[in-house]
Design a protein around this ligand. Structure first.
Ligand SMILES: CC(C)(COP(=O)(O)OP(=O)(O)OC[C@H]1O[C@@H](n2cnc3c(N)ncnc32)[C@H](O)[C@@H]1OP(=O)(O)O)[C@@H](O)C(=O)NCCC(=O)NCCS
Length: 180
């Protein structure tokens, strides 16, 4: 059990976080890339959607953990749109950045592209919004630093996400009334 105890002990040492200091979108932005191999394929010979979804969750979690300096859990995949297939041999790139930060939750915006290394063609294959919640030592939601826009464009991005989350909250409430 020694290695597992060591991993757990390391994972439970949380640094102090100054919640009065905002962090930029650039601070936690993350890009992950991987070449698609046969093991990533589906029965049509394209890349399996679940492979892309796993890459997205892993890459987007890096953003939330880096921003909050806390372990984070996936609370919701708000959207996941596949717009084109990726093929075996393509390099899939997952570009993730914070859209919005609440009190304990963080919405990460994700764009996924596939590159054909022979031709250099890059295609958008998917996009997603994933919401993470930061946890304290007791495994409960814990406050995270605010998100500070670097310019007007980023301020507009954060505001759009805030409005979208309000809409989604209202939709959740409506659906809850239909299916309590
Ligand atoms: C996510 C989780 C920690 C939330 O716990 P909770 O007791 O409902 O927390 P709260 O009601 O205090 O909400 C905490 C924050 O999360 C947000 N949140 C909670 N559930 C959410 C959901 N389904 N969708 C979007 N946001 C959610 C709340 O809006 C709140 O945000 P804010 O603090 O920024 O305002 C809890 O539901 C959980 O542990 N879920 C399982 C997570 C997990 O195992 N993920 C991996 C699955 S493979």
């Amino acid at each position: 059990m020694q290695p597992f105890d060591d991993i757990k002990a390391r994972a439970m040492r949380f640094p102090e976080v100054d919640l009065t200091k905002g962090r930029s979108i650039a601070y936690s932005r993350s890009v992950t890339r991987r070449i698609m191999e046969l093991i990533d394929g589906n029965s049509q010979g394209n890349v399996h959607g679940g492979v892309i979804m796993r890459m997205v969750d892993e890459a987007a979690a890096i953003v939330a953990i880096k921003h909050s300096q806390r372990p984070c859990v996936t609370a919701r995949v708000e959207r996941f749109d596949f717009v084109a297939p990726a093929y075996i041999g393509n390099v899939v790139t997952v570009d993730c950045a914070l859209n919005y930060v609440g009190r304990t939750s963080m919405e990460v915006g994700v764009e996924v592209t596939a590159e054909d290394l022979m031709t250099g063609e890059v295609r958008k294959i998917a996009s997603s919004y994933v919401i993470y919640v930061a946890l304290n030592e007791q495994g409960k939601p814990t406050p995270v630093p605010p998100l500070e826009p670097a310019d007007e464009e980023e301020a507009a991005r954060i505001e759009r996400a805030r409005i979208r989350r309000q809409h989604m909250k209202r939709l959740d409430e409506e659906l809850e009334k239909l299916h309590p």
